[in-house]
Design a protein around this ligand. Sequence first.
Ligand SMILES: [Zn+2]
Length: 387
Amino acid sequence: MIGRSPIICGVFKLLAFATVVTCLPPQRSQLTESQLSALVDSHPPFPALNPNYYTTATTASNLSAQSVSDRIGGGNAGETLALLTPMLIPRAPGSDNATIIRDFIKGHFHGLSNWTAFTDGFTATVPEYGGIPGALNFTNLIFRLTPPGTDHLPSRYLTLVAHYDSKISPFGFIGATDSAVPCAILMYLAESLTPHILKRWKSDLGAISDDTGLQIIFMDGEEALVQWTDQDSLYGSRHLAQLWESEKKVAQFGRLSTLQEIDLFVLLDLLGAASPAVPCFFEITSWACRGLAETERRVRNAGLAKANGQKPFIRTDSVMKNAFVDDDHMPFLRRGIPVMHVIPIPFPVVWHTMNDDGAHLSSEAVHDWAVLITGWVAGYLGLGDFL
Ligand SMILES: [Zn+2]
């Protein structure tokens, strides 16, 4: 897969502009410790990702009463908005809360420059359960930051993914690690990196290279409604993978589908509990996992981690050769898309219990995940000189 993108890129440039352009390889570098420090200084994750941080504009209880534009404005110019606390409500598919959360996420990206929003809404057959009918509406949210000069042409996207739905039972289940924290981290990451990405693309380097874009997906319907089976789970990711496989980006490129624009599919799940241990799952993307581990080492060396004294979050010494966790990456993995699954093994002890709430999060771990993932993505996108 690594060799695929530059070749495709060269062909596109040739056909689109009738000039031979040698595309640079994907950036995929690492920020230095001082660059990581500059990145965190420019946009600290806290208080926005602190589980206990509310502003009057974004408390979970009054989210529904506010218009999206009010939330973007945040009341006062420059006010830091809470990103995690609004997510800490039940978000079952088809519920009013799910609509509130979608509006919250959409509002966040609407307030950032140059992002394009897409929705993938569909109805799926679901098992009869309590008051749930045999069919339910689901909606995936997709946001893209596309490199300049690639309008109407295929692009290459680093694709970051988390699910925003929560389990329908036990009643009132919140799913703080599953996956409110990953969603909030992705919102923070987009807010933090957008100015630096646009700065790179405005520079000469951005103009002559075939840059990697950023795509962020918030999946609906990851959880089973009754019991996990191939049919009762992964509603959103199964639908989106199928849709993108059939969606041909540009007619003259025949077989190239939206699916194939994914440079790497990075799935975050079950993050936010103390002392996580995330293995590398796939040999083919161990380069990415080892890169994430190297970023973590630099984050800790630079004194940017709050969960000090803990073992590293990323465990490169354990590549899970024949094991995997069924999750939103599977419909994409089965279609040949390279995946990095960032999920701890074992799962957090609060997994699928009422204790998976804000009170049981480790705010230090939430902070460190935000710094680590954002720092790694900044390196991947070659932002080191644009911070
Ligand atoms: Zn779950």
